[in-house]
Design a protein around this ligand. Structure first.
Ligand SMILES: *[C@@H]1O[C@H](CO)[C@@H](O)[C@H](O)[C@H]1NC(C)=O
Ligand SMILES: *[C@@H]1O[C@H](CO)[C@@H](O)[C@H](O)[C@H]1NC(C)=O
Ligand SMILES: *[C@@H]1O[C@H](CO)[C@@H](O)[C@H](O)[C@H]1NC(C)=O
Ligand SMILES: *[C@@H]1O[C@H](CO)[C@@H](O)[C@H](O)[C@H]1NC(C)=O
Ligand SMILES: *[C@@H]1O[C@H](CO)[C@@H](O)[C@H](O)[C@H]1NC(C)=O
Ligand SMILES: *[C@@H]1O[C@H](CO)[C@@H](O)[C@H](O)[C@H]1NC(C)=O
Ligand SMILES: *[C@@H]1O[C@H](CO)[C@@H](O)[C@H](O)[C@H]1NC(C)=O
Ligand SMILES: *[C@@H]1O[C@H](CO)[C@@H](O)[C@H](O)[C@H]1NC(C)=O
Ligand SMILES: *[C@@H]1O[C@H](CO)[C@@H](O)[C@H](O)[C@H]1NC(C)=O
Length: 369
């Protein structure tokens, strides 16, 4: 057989190989469809806001009452999601256990004569929700002002506070929250049954002309920047962002409860001193999606993302994992940082040696591959 024909056979084989690789990847990518976040049969939406299970808006669509979201579409356009029956506005729910909310601030105001106006506490009293350890502060704003935050860490009660005083605005500095017009303290993650109370020491006597109110709130510290404008009446937003953690609270163990779906497992609390009685579910390695739904965890196609696999030549997706392969005529583990793929030595030698004298043997060999 002439040399050109041999080359053609080799080329055709390479082409077939390339095509089979291509088929492999496209089949795999079709399998990873968009992950549904709501329980089947539930329309867990509030306007454009998609609500992942275990949260939901309708009975049967949330895990239990603590995860009920009330969608208020009569007074808000676009509609706004609220935690349960509260006025706590949900901004973001992440399936890994965080919840971004906008919480009303506690206030305590006085008129020029020092007469008290109605004051408001800020509370979060749902047991599935605790203050996140991602960095929340208690902040108190005012010149005759104190605030107390109360709550529970596990069964233990927790109470802490902060005070801020000033005789004038002279030493109040934007961005500086050191007890002059603004005071802040860190509060621990895991706090539940949160209650924030704002109060004054002297009914804002002598400061009411520039600061009639004390305000207090727990806030995601990365989202808070003090300005002197906050001291004036109406100068402060009525809500601030904070980060909560959510978990499934239960009297049984996570395994007994059987809440986590297929290809998911229980993620028990990080501290084992019973400050938290709940748990999370997470998708097993190689899966992604909503682990609280029975088939919410879907196989990840690692082959579609070079960051998720280390195959040098051919990547084949499998349930929960992937395998690497070498093209025909090569061998090795197929991994970039392993042995990679090396040519099968006998093939090369045979082709080189037999090239001139006995082309038929080469042809035989190549077509057998
Ligand atoms: C919607 O919000 C308004 C104003 O806060 C309130 O009066 C109303 O009761 C809410 N509706 C629902 C269904 O929660
Ligand atoms: C919501 O959370 C996701 C994931 O944590 C994040 O990418 C997104 O920016 C968040 N959106 C808002 C509005 O906070
Ligand atoms: C503050 O006001 C309350 C009620 O308005 C009054 O009972 C109290 O004595 C006042 N306190 C001071 C320190 O003026
Ligand atoms: C208010 O100012 C007056 C005059 O400087 C002072 O006598 C009084 O003690 C001040 N009151 C408070 C509650 O600080
Ligand atoms: C703080 O910044 C605000 C604008 O954000 C400005 O109006 C105000 O005058 C500033 N206050 C001081 C004390 O610099
Ligand atoms: C756990 O047990 C207590 C009392 O035994 C009960 O009041 C509570 O509802 C139970 N919680 C759950 C999530 O079942
Ligand atoms: C994922 O779940 C399916 C259905 O139960 C099961 O057949 C499969 O073996 C699981 N995958 C792994 C890697 O456990
Ligand atoms: C649990 O509490 C004990 C005693 O109070 C302490 O020594 C231990 O470090 C704690 N463990 C964790 C994981 O917090
Ligand atoms: C945590 O709770 C479990 C079950 O209620 C109990 O067996 C264990 O002793 C508790 N651990 C601590 C440190 O309190």
């Amino acid at each position: 057989m002439p040399f050109r024909l041999i080359m053609l056979v080799v080329l055709v084989q390479l082409l077939l190989l390339a095509m089979s690789c291509h088929r492999g990847t496209s089949r795999a990518s079709a399998a990873s469809a968009a992950h549904a976040q709501a329980k089947p049969g539930c329309l867990n939406r509030c306007g454009d806001f998609e609500i992942p299970y275990p949260f939901g808006t309708e009975p049967g669509c949330f895990l239990n009452e603590e995860f009920r979201i009330t969608c208020n579409d009569t007074h808000f356009n676009p509609p706004k999601p609220f935690l349960r029956e509260s006025n706590i506005d949900v901004v973001n729910i992440s399936i890994d256990g965080h919840l971004n909310v906008m919480q009303y601030i506690a206030s305590d105001c006085y008129d020029r004569k020092g007469n008290s106006e109605p004051s408001y506490d800020a509370t979060i009293s749902l047991s599935a929700f605790t203050v996140s350890d991602t960095g929340n502060n208690l902040v108190v704003i005012g010149c005759d002002s104190g605030a107390i935050v109360r709550g529970f860490l596990g069964e233990d009660s927790y109470e802490s506070g902060c005070r801020s005083t000033c005789d004038s605005l002279d030493y109040v500095t934007n961005g500086s929250c050191v007890g002059i017009g603004c005071c802040q303290i860190e509060i621990p993650g895991g706090l539940k049954e949160l209650d924030v109370e704002a109060y004054s020491f002297n009914n804002h006597t002598n400061v009411s002309s520039f600061n009639p109110c004390t305000y207090a709130f727990v806030v995601d510290q990365s989202e808070f920047h003090f300005t002197s404008n906050y001291l004036a009446l109406g100068g402060i937003p009525d809500q601030f962002p904070m980060v909560l953690d959510w978990e499934i609270s239960t009297n049984k163990t996570c395994e007994e409860e059987k809440i986590c779906g297929l290809n998911a497992s229980c993620d028990e609390p990080k501290d084992n001193n019973n400050t938290s009685s709940g748990y999370h579910c997470k998708c097993n390695k190689g899966y992604e999606g909503n682990p609280y739904l029975s088939d919410g965890c879907q196989d990840v196609n690692e082959c579609n993302d070079p960051k998720l696999h280390d195959c040098k030549e051919i990547c084949v997706n499998t349930e929960g994992s992937y395998t690497c392969h070498c093209p025909k005529g090569f061998h090795g583990d197929g991994r970039k940082y392993g042995g990679g793929c090396t040519p099968n030595q006998h093939t090369v030698i045979k082709v080189t040696l037999d090239m001139g004298e006995n082309p038929t043997v080469v042809n035989d060999y190549v077509s057998r591959e």
